[in-house]
Design a protein. Sequence first.
Length: 294
Amino acid sequence: MGRVELTIRSPRWNLTSDGHLAVVGGTVCLDQGANAPVTNPCSANSSSQIFSLVQPGGATASTSVSSSGVLSSTSVSASSASASASNAIGSSTIISASVSASGSGSASAAQPSSTAYPTIPFGAVYADPPGAGQRLHPAGRDDLCVTVMNGYPQSGEEVAITYCLSNSDSDTGLQLWSLPTNTSGPVTLHDNDGLCLDAGDNPADGSAVKIWTCYDGLDQRTWTRSATNTLSLSNNELRSSVGPGCLDVTAASTSVNEEPYSLLKTLQTWQCSTNGDPQQIFNTLNATKTESEE
């Protein structure tokens, strides 16, 4: 068995629940490489990107993963000692990659139960800050959020799927929303309620979603949130043979490295599904969800 040891200092890293070390807010992961550790695009099927925590002295630590999929603690199998580990790996944490002669990797982290968007490594899950809006998560992925892109709230900015940000991040307000409850209305940024989720002047299947200045009564900015957590254009602005249009994760979209955070999936409007399409379901966390802060 061989082992690669390194001290993580910069940039910020996230040890995902499936054993990947991913750059926070990015789409690259630590890879053992042929001769030395390197960064490569994250791959769910690459054994050379699977890592585990070890304690000083070389004892391998097993990870404990909460129901939300967040690494919450480690325990050392060689002794009774235990240690806490945050999702943003600290400056003195040692990461171990154990590889057999055949090249297959082993990981102690539990595998996430969800199969939604399997090409995107799992990230951290954060509780919503009390009274400060709610994150919208695509079905099955509480680590992903509906976010205003480019780090700045202004009319015309694209809204897409990114990793969720810590409550202490300066850009977190770009993924905290005020939602209509049991009624129709605008979906607004909580910290900037003059900006609304917008489907465009002539929404159609495949139309991009953005934020725009709120005006009362505009159909393309009036949404109905259903009991099944879909968001549909309330006045059937996008009408097809099966009904109105819904907010939808674009299945074929791919990730794009951007600053200050990467786009993982695009959003669009599409005719509402009649069979519970998970790409049109956007959940919020309940108040009891435990937050993992860095």
